[in-house]
Design a protein around this ligand. Sequence first.
Ligand code: AMP
Length: 415
Amino acid sequence: MNILVLNCGSSSLKFQIIETDLELFEKNEDKQKAKGLIERIGSQSLVTYQATGKPAVKQATPLRDHRQALDHVIRWMISSEAQIPGIHSLADIHAVGHRVVHGAEHFTKSAVIDEQVIGGIEDCIGLAPLHNPANLKGIYAARELLGGGIPQVAVFDTSFHSTMPETSYLYALPYQLYRRHKIRRYGFHGTSHRYVAFRYRQLTGKTKEETNVITLHLGNGCSACAIKQGESFDTSMGMTPLEGLVMGTRGGDLDPSVIEFLAHKEGMSLSEIDALLNKQSGLLGLSGLTNDMRDLLDEEREHQDRRATLAIDIFAQRVKKYIGAYFAELGNVESIIFAGGIGENSPTVRRRILAGLEWLGVETDDNLNAKITGGKEGVISKESSRVKTFVIPTNEELLIARDTVRCVKDAPRRW
Ligand code: AMP
């Protein structure tokens, strides 16, 4: 089956076309056929398309909204210019898989989209006011342009974490606030943690029950997950993606009293503080330079910039702290797995995170660590290390495509 995977942001649309079915999935032979990105929807948009194995095509064109953007994608996909093998008309797209950020307690797994599922995603808007409306725009656009004959599936960032016990997901606030407003930890990056844990099982031959690992998704957004017997037991992001690790522009864990203090001292409104915590903190806030880890590492190397070093050190120490906490919670950690732009590409940051963990049985092989970058997969711990350390490039789109196939198989057409 050819699956169109869509990831819609407030002014962006990312897509991939992936050929997969239950057999290709079992053999790990799924094929990415094309990918692309449209940015700045709503003004002069920047469009990048790439059929696999061919050069990327870039253009600028005005696109009013997500519907127009998706229309543009579809026209390119089936055009003779794209020449995507097996894609000649709309009939060659067999299903659509959407990334949806927040599923709250409504969705514990991926779901074929119907009116009820749309209602459930709408109900979660209060918890993800920036993300869920954008995801819904993608769903409406796909429904309008592709019609009811093509099934669509919602894959939630939160659903992998629905297995967390109450002791992990409840905040120690008055309990009635959980009852009344569902204030709790939900966790995010679930598709990434789940993909990486599954790939780890493929690589090691472990069963789900034997999978007790810590997965670290370190990209522009960062989160850690304690996986017990193949299921999420605890994770660092909370009710929103703001909690936990230091990220590109989010600071992660913070004493909540800072918010009132800031309001008084800086005369800031709640929404200004929210923007400060989400967009001006983290690596960017600490360094005063950039949210991009690569640039910080360059600054440190070339100019010995003190605040660049400080930002990287705080980033690494926070990850180390969560690793320690998850060792304590899981008890028998057998592996630590790095993923995400930083986790997959930066031996330096990985080394800084893992330094000093030898007493926990984590021994890093510096040669292996240096070699595994740029999308490579492999072990970076010493042969003698009791706890193994892996780098496993994440592939959220592939997991969305595979879930879509699983959900639509036998599912009745519902609109
Ligand atoms: P992601 O959100 O997963 O795309 O990750 C983006 C982050 O990965 C940015 O902070 C990048 O600077 C970082 N990154 C990508 N490549 C490298 C690299 N070679 N070394 C260090 N950081 C990198």
